[in-house]
Design a protein around this ligand. Structure first.
Ligand code: ADP
Length: 622
């Protein structure tokens, strides 16, 4: 049995959920509520007016009264149904869209959360659980949308049907036994017992359903991988074909089917609960009917009122059942919403800094203030979230404005990790990184990021136009974008682009979009870094995908490319680092040597000498 959530907590959780709905799907909750209110009013109004017509027909038969009632039935039904279908049209459209907006709830969180958390397995698990539950079954926000509908409908049905039932107990038959107030308790009891039976069935059904969801989430995850990603993703298609991975996928699929069939047993169990509840509700309904008919036969009211009371009692009974369902269901979706909030409330540590940078870092051309800054890693150690081994160990390194710093070292020596920490994608586990003597965590994050242009090894371009990719904005300075592309060596390819800067990249949105090679993409990424015009340029293996000629071009033009900026340059190819003022040699997460190329080469026992000799031999042999 899971921990119960208190009513107070449920109100708070539901209120926050409604707040999220209002922010991401404005009008949806309101539309559902209005539609549910009309759906509750319309049948009861019809029952009430029909009772009036039958009583009039069975009694005085006054034409004006009859005509008024008939006109009222027709007009009220027409107006209510018209309003409902207008509201439903809009609401249905919003409901169909709500899944996209729910996706935005997750996207907004992912975009703003600390980068370190994006990779944290515990965070990923929270996200996966919340999103799979929501998108597969509507658990949480989806149920809340439907719950609002049921809550308003049930409340209105109870209030309205009670108002149509009250007189049933206060019209006397003259028979003491039939007029006993105990009938209020008896009939009320029948309605409530029916409601409780249904609520219990719902609770049991939900508990089985939750177990089923958990089992099926696995199926869905596996299905998404085998059925969608593996089969359709072009990135994987090459490997699927070469290694006949479809055979492995087919076998895995058969396994999944078996597992799904086993899980199907839950559904059969679930179906028995509502059936049992229906028996209890049925008995209660028969008692109500017998009571109404007996009272009418004893002359307490006319035949029309039988219609009214039976109709209203029926509605009261379903209203109470729905209300109990809403209350029971509320606990279930509150539990799912709680899971969602746990994910949404993961704190954003990088937002804690408030310091601003300018003008000491950027300089100010207007008053002649020179840019001046110094970045220092002070005894920094770092371990990735969940990792056991340190990727950086007691690393101390300082670099100044205008410096060209190359970082070299074997694979896995911590070069990229160093860059990630420098850009505050992660914070040090121990030690600190200082900008002008101040811990970088104290600076406002957005502000701090302004000083870096980075081309990561695994950079990504987006399915926007070429110019928009360079400028990372929809509106941009076309001349500047073109200049940056030319500087990055993209001149010839730019000329061949069918719509120049406006050419769509990739085919996700435009069938005319162009696919570019890895090397070309790397040049665009370089142009993007140049366009940002930040004081520090970081290039992580910037020529890995370039051919030797394009690579040589980047090196010869490096000074022109970077200008007065500070540059940090990571490369496997030591020959490409010769032009840097300083070279830091990384090994096992720390700096083992530092100096200019010639200087480092002279240290014959040093790692640099070893790496250089190994590569030189390779090139000479080639
Ligand atoms: P380099 O750039 O020098 O090749 P990295 O900085 O990428 O090296 O990696 C340094 C060490 O950190 C390696 O042992 C690598 O396996 C580990 N590492 C890198 N990224 C992660 C990560 N996201 N989670 C856990 N360990 C990582």
């Amino acid at each position: 049995m899971k921990d119960r959530i208190t009513i107070k907590e449920r109100v708070k959780i539901t209120g926050r959920g409604i707040g999220i709905l209002r922010k991401y799907c404005p009008g949806l909750a309101g539309g559902k509520a209005v539609s549910a209110l009309i759906a509750a009013i319309q049948p009861l109004l019809s029952v009430w007016l029909s009772a009036k017509i039958i009583n009039e027909l069975a009694g005085a038969r006054r034409t004006t009264y009859l005509l008024t009632y008939v006109a009222a039935v027709v007009l009220c039904n027409f107006l209510l149904l018209l309003m409902k279908s207008m509201v439903d049209r809009v609401t249905e459209e919003k409901e169909a869209q709500m899944w996209n907006f729910f996706g935005k709830v997750f996207a907004d969180k992912s975009m703003t959360m600390d980068y370190a958390d994006l990779e944290d397995v515990r965070v990923l698990q929270k996200k996966q659980e919340a999103s799979e539950n929501l998108f597969m079954f509507g658990n949480g926000l989806g149920q809340l949308v439907w719950g609002i509908n049921s809550l308003v409908n049930a409340t209105a049905s109870i209030v309205l049907s009670l108002s149509l039932t009250v007189t049933l107990f206060f019209t006397d038959t003259g028979n003491g036994w039939m007029d006993s107030p105990l009938w209020i308790v008896g009939i009320g009891g029948c309605v409530i017992v029916g409601g409780i039976a249904n609520a219990n069935a719902t609770r049991k059904e939900n508990s089985v359903f939750e177990t089923w969801c958990k089992e099926t989430v696995w199926f869905n995850r596996a299905f998404m991988f085998f059925g969608h990603e593996l089969a359709k993703s072009p990135e994987r298609a090459k490997d699927v074909r070469i290694y006949s991975q479809h055979k492995a996928a087919t076998r895995a699929f058969a396994e999944m089917r078996k597992r799904d069939e086993a899980v199907g047993g839950y559904l059969r169990v679930m179906a028995t609960y509502p059936a049992l509840a229906a028996v209890v509700v049925g008995i209660g309904t028969v008692v109500c009917w017998v009571f109404v008919v007996l009272k009418a036969s004893l002359g307490a009211f006319g035949v029309g009122s039988i219609v009214q009371y039976i109709g209203a009692l029926g509605k009261l009974s379903t209203g109470v059942q729905d209300m109990m369902f809403v209350v029971a269901d509320n606990e279930v979706y509150c539990r799912h919403l709680k899971g969602l909030y746990e994910y949404l409330d993961i704190p954003n540590r990088k937002e804690e800094g408030t310091r601003t940078l300018a003008p000491d870092v950027f300089g100010d051309g207007n008053d002649g203030h020179e840019a001046d800054y110094e970045i220092e890693f002070c005894n920094v150690s770092f371990r990735y979230p969940g990792a056991e081994e340190y990727s950086l160990r007691n690393l101390s390194l300082k670099f100044k404005i205008g410096e060209r710093l190359a970082i070299v070292g074997k694979n896995g020596s911590g070069k990229t990790t160093f860059i990630k920490l420098l850009c505050r994608l992660y914070d040090p586990t121990e030690g600190e990184i200082r900008l002008n003597g101040v811990d970088i965590r104290e600076y406002a994050y957005e502000e701090y990021l302004r000083i870096f242009s980075v081309v990561f090894q695994d950079f990504k371009l987006f399915s926007f136009s070429l110019g928009q990719n360079v400028a990372t904005d929809m509106e941009y300075d076309r001349e500047k974008a073109e200049k940056c592309l030319i500087k990055a060596g993209f001149t010839e390819r730019l000329k061949a682009m069918p719509n120049g800067l406006d050419t769509a990249m990739y085919k996700d949105f435009e069938s005319e979009g162009v696919e570019i090679s890895g090397g070309e993409a790397q040049k665009v990424a370089l142009a993007r870094a140049l366009y940002k015009d930040a004081p520090i340029v970081v290039l992580d293996e910037p020529t890995a995908a370039l051919d030797p000629i394009a690579e040589a071009e980047v090196y010869t033009k490096f000074n022109e490319l970077i200008g007065e900026k500070t540059a940090i340059y990571i490369s496997h190819r030591l020959s490409s680092c010769k032009f840097c003022d300083e070279i830091a040699v990384f090994d096992e997460g720390t700096v083992v040597q530092r100096g200019a190329h010639e200087e480092l080469l002279r240290e014959e026992d040093g790692l640099y000498h070893k790496l250089w000799t190994a590569q030189a031999q390779y090139y000479e042999a080639g």
